[in-house]
Structures are given as structure tokens and as C-alpha cells.
Design a protein around this ligand. Structure first.
Ligand SMILES: Cc1cc2nc3c(=O)[nH]c(=O)nc-3n(C[C@H](O)[C@H](O)[C@H](O)COP(=O)(O)O)c2cc1C
Length: 167
């Protein structure tokens, strides 16, 4: 178990990171991020996913080219393309892979490694670059790298009173 206050503060502290140091993330830390993804919950425990690990500079640049608001992928130490498998769980692959993504983002943050969900990309082109099948669903490509500069300021969240309703 983890101290709940520590966990809440940690969740609040996480930020999307869009600038990375050139320092390489070591294998054991990459593995911890992948493990955190692997242990995400999924509907009926079907685990409808595949993780494509991108380390080559050339491939990072190719993916960055098709990401409109994710050009910084090219500066990452590595990236993970999170791929959903509709044939394994046709109702839940988007939800399940999103949970994978969140787990990976939190694990990275705990290691001092920044990442950012890239949604704004030409997914068809990205799938082609990554050699994915037509039935594969590309959720996102998460770039990972040690945080460059200061941690960004907290981003705005709607107050609880605006988003909750008592019954
Ligand atoms: C589904 C989704 C898609 C996103 N797409 C992008 C993107 O294409 N480029 C980008 O720079 N940030 C992207 N983000 C990051 C959000 O802008 C960011 O999470 C939000 O502004 C809150 O900031 P924070 O993560 O630092 O708390 C995306 C986030 C989510 C959840």
C-alpha cells in the first residue's frame, strides 16, 4: 500500500512534458514503464494490446513527422506506440489501452521521466510508419525522456463543485 496523501499529491504533480534531455533512459527504467503498462486492468482481463518500443532516432523522427502537435517525439530517448487489438476485445480496446497509457505515464513520472499523450497525429500515416496491420488501433505514441528544464506549472482543473453532483 502507498500513503494516500502521497499518492494524491503525486497524481496532482504529474505534468505533460514536451522537452527532453538528450540523456538515454536505461533499460531497467524502460522495463519498469512497460511493466506498469502490462499491469493495467482490462475488461475480462483480455489485455487487448501491444506495445511497440521505438528507440532508433530515425524511427522517432519518422513518427514525429506525422504528429502535428508532437514534433518533440524526435527529441525523446524512446517512445512507446500503444496499439489496441479490436479482435481481442472489440468493445473495450480503447478504454483498456487508455488505462495502459495512464499507468505508463505515472510510472515514468515516478522515475523523473517525462512524457505526453500524443493524440494529434495522422494515425493512418503513423500506422504505416510503424508497420501496423489494418485492424490495429493506434491509441497514441508516448515519447519518454528526462525532463528538460523546470517542471511545468500545474495545469488548470475544474473545481470538484463544478463536476460533481450529490444524489
Ligand atoms: C487524449 C489526449 C490527447 C492529447 N494530445 C496531445 C497532443 O497531441 N499534443 C500535446 O502536446 N499534448 C496532448 N495531450 C496532453 C494534454 O494537452 C494535457 O494532458 C492537458 O493539457 C493537461 O496537462 P497536464 O497533462 O500537464 O496535466 C493530450 C492528452 C490527452 C489525454
Amino acid at each position: 500500500m502507498i500513503d494516500p496523501k502521497v499518492l494524491l499529491d503525486f497524481i496532482k504533480e504529474r505534468r505533460s512534458i514536451r522537452a527532453f534531455q538528450s540523456k538515454t533512459v536505461p533499460e531497467n527504467e524502460i522495463e519498469m514503464i512497460l511493466e506498469a503498462g502490462r499491469w493495467a486492468p482490462s475488461a475480462s482481463n483480455r489485455q487487448p494490446w501491444q506495445f511497440i518500443i521505438i528507440k532508433s532516432k530515425e524511427m522517432l523522427k519518422k513518427v514525429a513527422r506525422v504528429a502535428r502537435y508532437g514534433k518533440f517525439i524526435s527529441e525523446a530517448s524512446f517512445a512507446v506506440a500503444i496499439v489496441g487489438k479490436p479482435r481481442t476485445s472489440h468493445n473495450w480496446y480503447v478504454v483498456d489501452t487508455s488505462l495502459v497509457s495512464m499507468n505508463m505515464m505515472l510510472m515514468a513520472w515516478s522515475l523523473g521521466i517525462g512524457t505526453c499523450w500524443i493524440g494529434s497525429m495522422n494515425k493512418e500515416k503513423a500506422k504505416e510508419v510503424l508497420g501496423l496491420g489494418v485492424k490495429d488501433y493506434l491509441l497514441t505514441v508516448l515519447p519518454f525522456g528526462y525532463i528538460q528544464g523546470d517542471k511545468p506549472y500545474p495545469t488548470y482543473r475544474k473545481p470538484l463543485s463544478d463536476i460533481t453532483k450529490d444524489l
